[in-house]
Design a protein around this ligand. Sequence first.
Ligand SMILES: [Zn+2]
Length: 197
Amino acid sequence: MTIHVNPNPLATLDGCSKLDSCPTLVLNADFRPLSYYPLSLWGWQDAIKAVFLDRVNIVSEYEQVVHSPGFQMKLPSVVSLKTYIQPSRHPAFTRFNVFLRDKFSCQYCGSPSDLTFDHVIPRSKGGRTEWENVVTACSPCNLRKADKLPKQADMHPYHNPFSPTVQDLHRNGRSFPPNYLHESWMDYLYWDTELDP
Ligand SMILES: [Zn+2]
């Protein structure tokens, strides 16, 4: 099936001007995100395919409309799976998640800018690229520590690096939300916030 896009200038009002910027938030069958870190998002093509395969329910929609001969529909902004999937307890080991665990601050000096990563035990000394050995570090600290062990450099991370649970990241996540959050997602992302009276 070929789907053509109906250019809809009103869609810009919805924060979804280009199709690529209209991701669909994917909820599990219990209406919690399938994954928080990274946030479970599909491109609109995958979302529409899943609708047609009857694997998801549409929970919320963008104003943006796609159409092909004999058919048109609004792009889904939130869908929920019809079958519950057991979520993984541990978040993926990604750059964003390491920063999030460390609250986007250098683990040697606390700086929030020019952030990169440091291997606590340098790779040249057998250190692995894994949760327990990688911390957020600013470039100056990274350069200063260079290829040295914490003792040799007299630089010790504020917190020993660890493999976080989803809950650990969730505690920090509210202060550092992803760049793009559509308003229709909020009820599902922050379900544990207090409701407005
Ligand atoms: Zn630093």
